[in-house]
Design a protein around this ligand. Structure first.
Ligand code: GDP
Ligand code: MG
Length: 193
């Protein structure tokens, strides 16, 4: 039987500097960079993952630059099967902006039935007292009330990053593949449009 290929597209949105690029790089390449490099234009990351019965071509759209001006093109979410709404657990404003702006933006432009995941990133900073500005309980309750999955992640340590992308993207077959580690995912390319 021929080996089929499935394309799964996911987009990552949220305020500037919450860690969208870092999360994507951690998931796709297993890397983290402490230096802040604002993303130019929209970048998308590709990865081909082989499962026993097919190739799965992951395409993750990392929004860039335009998020500052609220000028993202709707096309990044229009063809996505899932979206990740990211805030920084140490930045209350970034959380309020998910509620005030990003969820509405997704609802306006996304296809019906899109799978949404609320992600509170930089959870590693919680270890330092007084930095946290959004409690886990509050964000979880908000996510549940709005039909979203919820994870707190750290792109820095890698905590919960894989599970947030795999569950959020609804990629259960990849999760099984990864868990068993029978076939290693192959990084194909990182492209900037
Ligand atoms: N401590 C910590 N810093 C992070 C984390 N994720 C990102 N950062 C830092 O936050 C800054 C902004 O990250 P970036 O991924 O460029 O944010 P973006 O603008 O949302 O794409 C960079 O200096 C990153 O190193 C994290 O999980 N923990
Ligand atoms: Mg970025």
């Amino acid at each position: 039987m021929p080996y089929s290929t499935t394309l799964l597209r996911m987009c990552v949105v949220g305020d500037v500097a919450v860690g969208k690029t870092s999360l994507t790089a951690r998931f796709m390449n297993g890397t983290f960079c402490d230096m802040y490099k604002p993303t130019c234009l929209v970048s998308y990351f590709h990865k081909l993952v082989q499962t026993p019965d097919r190739n799965v071509f992951l395409q993750i759209w990392d929004t860039a630059g335009q998020e500052r001006h609220r000028s993202l093109s709707p096309h990044i979410v229009r063809d996505s099967r899932s979206a990740m709404l990211v805030y920084d657990v140490t930045n209350r404003t970034s959380y309020e902006e998910v509620k005030r702006y990003w969820l509405g933006w997704i609802a306006e432009h996304a296809p019906p039935g899109i799978r949404l995941t609320l992600v509170g990133n930089k959870s590693d900073l919680d270890a330092r007292s007084n930095l946290r500005q959004v409690s886990r309980k509050e964000a979880k309750r908000y996510a549940e009330a709005n039909g979203m999955l919820f994870y707190e992640t750290s792109a820095k340590t890698g905590k919960n990053v894989d599970v947030a992308f795999l569950d959020g993207g609804s990629f259960p077959m990849l999760k099984r593949t990864r868990t068993k580690s029978t076939r290693k995912p192959t990084h194909l390319a990182k492209s900037v449009l």
